[in-house]
Design a protein around this ligand. Structure first.
Ligand SMILES: Cc1ncc(COP(=O)(O)O)c(C=O)c1O
Length: 492
């Protein structure tokens, strides 16, 4: 065989050398994360344009390509794996998972059907079972690892539709608070519902769904001829980390015969901690739960999870047979992922979750999640000491929302000052915070979830907020004596 026919099969020595070179770059990148700016997107357009290229007809040196990725392209980015990232919902990126992906892609087995790799499929099933146990699901529960929370929410909504509505489902109504993640709205559209099918219900002072309003809306809708079938609760909203009253939601779902889905993409893994489990009391009563290991278990992006209390529902919703497929398992224990999820071919996500849990044990994750609850509480207490800061949402998990509340200023001016405050904080590049809008108010959020974020970084965060708040006030905001510290119970 001519040598150029072997070009895509490097020699064992070359493979070892490539792995060594890549590992050196990755390890150095991870080592230097605390020194990297929390975000650096200056020159973003120029960089993106300079990266446009035609497909090459011949090859380039691996080391030159590593230089391009690590030295030129990666630095212009949000440093989301770094300790200063407290924006949106942080993740992290465990090194053990990177190694697991290397192994998974190296062995490249087909885990979508049980017969193709029964032992490896079992590892992934084990992981799902551990999560089922964490939320208090029975043995009949089932689930799968998805690409992320959005896909999990979609599959849950689709399963609920198949279980609770007739073939002609357009009359179906879905209930969620006005704080629910937008992936639920998109999931409804993907599952074929008109936009109006999602009924948003107002929240209370702690951003939790109003049960009285929910019940009234369901009653009104039934009277008007709609078919209520799905209730979506939040176990940690993206805006403020609010946890709906899950027991109350389960009661409503039971009374009204609705499928109850809980979006725990952000908050779900706090169920590993005692405090989290208490705050999510009732979670085990949900028909389905979205979890996001790439958030609360600190995994690299690309790993979500959907759990369903009655595993047979997942199978009924997703199973489609084809003659060219291998035989499927007619068993409660042996799982063919293609029969319970929307994907056919896919990556071996299980190893990415299994390996770090096996290496460290769940206790290590529990400790770090507990630390995040403490850090958010610590930040909350310190924020209250800063003149002019209003706490908009005290932590229910690891997220605190706040703003400068200038007395005597209109909404627009106050929002302008808070926008300025956020830009000043982020401009210091030690932490990266993001905003949201609540009742028209521009609000800053600290969301601490990265396993690399500890007290030292939170101290930097509070220092930067304190200094930036004083600057924002000096630069055009109100005078210090006009600012008053307010608590969440005294909304502006
Ligand atoms: C509460 C909640 N649900 C769903 C999602 C969507 O998850 P993903 O980005 O993994 O698709 C997010 C993402 O931040 C979230 O915070």
């Amino acid at each position: 065989m001519p040598d150029n026919m072997r070009a895509l099969e490097p020699s064992p020595e070359t493979m070892r050398e490539m792995a060594r070179l890549a590992a050196e770059r990755v390890v150095e990148h991870i080592r230097s994360l605390p020194e990297q700016p929390s975000l650096d997107i200056d020159g973003a357009h120029t960089l993106a344009r300079s990266a446009v290229e035609d497909p090459p007809e011949s090859g380039a040196a691996f080391e030159d390509l590593l230089d391009l990725v690590f030295d030129r392209l990666t630095p212009t980015s949000f440093t989301n794996p770094g300790p200063g990232f407290m924006a949106y919902i942080p993740g992290g990126g465990l090194y053990e998972s990177a190694i697991a992906d290397f192994i998974a892609n190296g062995i490249n087995r087909y885990v979508t059907v049980w017969t193709a790799a029964p032992g490896l499929v079992q590892l992934e099933v084990n992981v799902v079972r551990w999560f089922c146990r964490m939320v208090g699901y029975p043995a009949a529960a089932s689930g799968f690892l998805s690409s992320g929370g959005s896909l999990s929410n979609f599959s849950a909504l689709f399963t609920a539709r198949r279980e609770r509505l007739p073939e002609n489902f357009l009359n179906g109504a879905i209930y969620a608070s006005d704080q629910v993640h937008h992936s639920v709205t998109r999931a409804a559209a993907l599952a074929g519902f008109p936009e109006s099918a999602v009924r948003t219900v107002p929240v209370d002072g702690r951003f939790r769904i109003r049960i009285d309003k929910l019940e009234r809306r369901i009653r009104d809708d039934r009277q008007a001829g709609s078919e209520p079938f799905l209730l979506v609760g939040s176990a940690g909203t993206t805006n403020t980390g609010a946890i709906d009253d899950l027991d109350a939601l389960a009661d409503v779902a039971q009374r009204e015969n609705l499928w109850l889905h809980l979006d725990g993409a952000y908050g779900g893994f706090f169920a590993l901690t005692e405090r989290g489990r208490e705050r999510m009391s009732g979670i085990e009563r949900a028909d389905s739960i979205t979890l996001d290991p790439h958030k609360g278990l600190f995994l690299p992006y690309g790993t979500g999870c959907l759990l369903v209390r009655d595993g047979t529902a997942l199978k009924r919703a997703h199973t489609v047979r084809a003659d060219y497929m291998p035989p499927m398992q007619n068993s409660d224990e042996l799982v063919d992922f293609c029969e319970i999820s929307p994907e056919l071919s896919r990556d071996f996500r299980g190893l990415r979750v299994w390996l770090p849990i096996k290496i460290h044990g769940l206790a290590a994750f529990r400790r770090l999640l507990d630390e995040k609850l403490d850090l958010a509480e610590w930040a909350h207490e310190r924020l209250r000491e800063i003149p002019g800061i209003e706490i908009v949402a005290a932590p229910q998990l690891s997220l605190v929302a706040f703003r400068l509340a200038p007395a005597g200023f209109g909404l627009e001016e106050a929002n302008r000052i808070n926008r300025d405050l956020l830009a000043r904080i982020n401009g210091r590049k030690r932490v990266f915070l993001t905003e949201t809008v609540l009742d028209g108010r521009f609000v800053l959020r600290i969301c601490v979830l990265n396993f690399r974020t500890h007290l030292d970084r939170m101290e930097m965060c509070l220092e930067d907020i304190r200094v930036s708040a004083a600057e924002a006030v000096d630069a055009g905001g109100p005078k210090e004596h006009e600012l008053e510290s307010r608590s969440a119970s005294e909304p502006a």
